[in-house]
Design a protein around this ligand. Structure first.
Ligand SMILES: O=C(O)CCC(=O)C(=O)O
Ligand SMILES: [Mn+2]
Length: 209
């Protein structure tokens, strides 16, 4: 499934406290996770959230799990239901397996955010801080097109470093980096053939409580 723990977990690229496990997911796992994500999207279609400032986000989203991340004029938060009124689909076993492989000591995630980046989509520099508990890392999985991931510290205007995330990369955002600023500057649309029609899918798994 996920490459042998010691091998994979032994050699992350560490940037500003972000631990980047490059090519952590084998091809078969990437395809299985993608198929499971496409099923989530069928049950809980992608939507473009509005920021509290009234701007439509360029990334399309949906979620799986007990809670889904949501945003509109009233602010960023977790919601128990998709905008259509249905509960969120379950987090697939293929995705929970990745969580368990990387974070064996953490409780199961409450939420799996599915981010879809089409051509031109990006995500501005932000902190993940809508959770009620910051003691566990956030786990991020990249599938499809390459994305330029920018990482900083806990101060908005601090120094940042960037790394291209590729399909199958896993990032553990914990410890000092748990509340660090990060974002996606751009993707290389069409750089991978994994996602039908192109684009990038990111899964962001979090303990919310
Ligand atoms: O797409 C990514 O790699 C990052 C996503 C992210 O930071 C988020 O959804 O909070
Ligand atoms: Mn984030």
């Amino acid at each position: 499934m996920v490459k042998e723990a010691e091998k994979t977990l032994g050699k992350p690229l560490c940037v500003a406290g972000f631990r980047i496990f490059q090519a952590a997911l084998e091809r078969g796992v990437r395809s299985k996770v993608l198929a499971d994500v496409l099923q989530i999207i069928e049950l809980a279609p992608l939507f473009s959230p509005m920021t509290p400032y009234g701007r439509k986000m360029s990334v399309q989203m949906t979620s799986a799990g007990r809670l889904g991340w949501y945003s509109d004029r009233s602010g960023y938060r977790y919601a128990e239901r998709h905008p259509s009124g249905t509960t969120w689909p379950q987090i697939p076993a293929s995705v929970l397996e990745i969580w368990q492989a990387f974070l064996p000591d953490a409780p199961p995630p409450d939420s799996c955010l599915v981010n879809y980046y089409g051509e031109g989509a990006r995500m501005g520099l932000h902190q993940d801080r809508d959770e009620g508990d910051f003691s566990f890392p956030v786990l991020s999985v990249s599938l499809g097109d390459d994305a330029l991931f920018r990482m900083g510290g806990t101060v908005r205007r601090g120094k940042t470093s960037s790394v291209w995330l590729k399909s199958g990369d896993v990032v553990v955002i914990g410890g000092a980096a748990r509340l660090a600023y990060h974002g996606i500057d751009r993707i290389r649309f069409g750089s991978s053939s994994l996602v039908p029609g192109g684009g990038r899918i990111n899964l962001t798994l979090r303990v919310v409580r």
